[in-house]
Write a protein that binds this ligand. Structure first.
Ligand SMILES: N[C@@H](CC=O)C(=O)O
Length: 361
């Protein structure tokens, strides 16, 4: 089969660059269009990014001479792609409007943005956890008046270091969770050269992050009722989100109470055995082993473990009983791979495998 033609909206920013890197040599997808702000349009991708290339691997040759298009030229961009990834940098309201405009041109949109995460008929998906939420797509298409176009979003990066671990323990009814996240500076789209204040420093505030970290897992745990996603009531989650001087990798320290307290061995087995459709279908970006548990007391560590399974796996450690809660443990996930562009590419692979994304005639 020939590759599907992909557009990257907001291709010059950090997440956009991550999409460009991940799609180099992708077996199913190829970058056909890169779109960005009017400021960048008309320039080659190499010129538009200039010295702001933040990936550790070089810019792929195949994209250097692509002429960047204006992201607001929805019809023109849509006419040249089968679907788009959205990493646009606009206000929430503008993002809502532009992502729907793309969907209405019969172009599926896989978004890294938060704007549509609470739109009731827009699935917010971690492919291993809640692929059944894609069943919202026909309802959404009906609202949009489309046959093929729709929007699917991925959740915030912060929740990925603990939500899979809790979801894998669903049978024991996780009911109360306290999570403190230690978030890398790439989550703010920055590196140390651009944010020297972060060296030797910790900042105890990330705007809007605690609300997302508490609420978004409940949509993932939720169920579809009458074509709308109804969020779950449990687990009740309270968080503190802290920016730490780490380049990549979000860590979370978790305390949890269950309806039925499992034995430690049951938890370890549930994590080890947990897999989803991406593993069953052997999707190109899917980690073979989604969750790894590290026995050493000093793991997981960002430097050693963030790239586990190409940055798409979750690393857990330090599981032990607690004197206040049933258990506590530590989780780690790569925030710009599993937590951002990698998670979105995996969603697009799942959508393709399930025929929600197909080549335009
Ligand atoms: N908001 C997060 C980025 C994840 O999507 C952060 O600031 O780390």
């Amino acid at each position: 089969m020939s590759k599907l033609r992909v557009g990257i909206l907001g291709g010059t920013g950090m997440v956009g660059q991550r999409f460009v890197s991940l799609l180099e040599n992708h077996p199913w997808f190829e970058v056909a269009v890169i779109a960005a702000s009017p400021r960048s349009s008309g320039k080659t991708y190499e010129e538009a990014v200039g010295d702001r290339w933040k990936m550790t691997t070089p810019m792929p040759e195949a994209v250097k001479n692509i002429i960047v298009k204006n992201v607001n030229d929805v019809k023109e961009v849509s006419s040249q792609v089968d679907f788009v990834f959205s990493a646009v940098d606009m206000t929430k309201e503008e993002i809502k409007v532009i992502e729907e405009a793309y969907a209405r041109t019969e172009t599926p949109v896989v978004s890294n943005n938060s704007a549509h995460r609470w739109t009731p008929d827009v699935p917010m998906v971690i492919p291993e956890l809640n692929p059944e939420h894609l069943e919202l797509i026909p309802y959404q298409r009906k609202r949009l008046g489309t046959e093929k176009g729709f929007i699917v979003v991925k959740p915030n990066c912060s929740i990925q270091s603990y939500t899979p671990a809790l979801y894998a323990l669903k049978e024991f009814g996780p009911k109360l969770v306290v999570a403190t996240t230690y978030q890398a500076i790439s989550g703010a789209g920055k590196n140390f050269a651009e944010w020297p204040e972060m060296l030797d420093n910790v900042i105890p505030f990330i705007g809007g992050e605690e609300e997302k970290s508490e609420q978004e897992p409940l949509k993932i745990f939720g169920k579809i009722v009458d074509g709308k996603l109804e969020k779950a009531v449990n687990p009740v989650i309270t968080t503190q989100c802290i920016r730490v001087p780490v380049s990549d990798g979000h860590t979370a320290a978790i305390f949890v109470n269950f309806e039925k307290k499992p034995a430690k061995e049951e938890i370890l087995k549930a994590w080890k055995d947990f897999k989803g459709i991406p593993q069953e279908l052997n999707l190109p970006m899917a980690p073979k082993q989604f969750i790894q548990y590290l026995e050493e007391d000093n793991r997981p560590q960002t430097k050693l473990d963030r790239n586990y399974e190409g940055g798409m796996g979750i690393s857990l450690g330090r599981l032990r009983e607690d004197i206040v809660f049933d258990y506590k443990f530590v989780g780690l996930s790569h925030n710009t791979l599993r937590g951002a562009a990698g998670g979105a590419v995996l969603i697009a692979e799942l959508l393709t495998a399930k025929n929600y994304i197909t080549a335009k005639e």
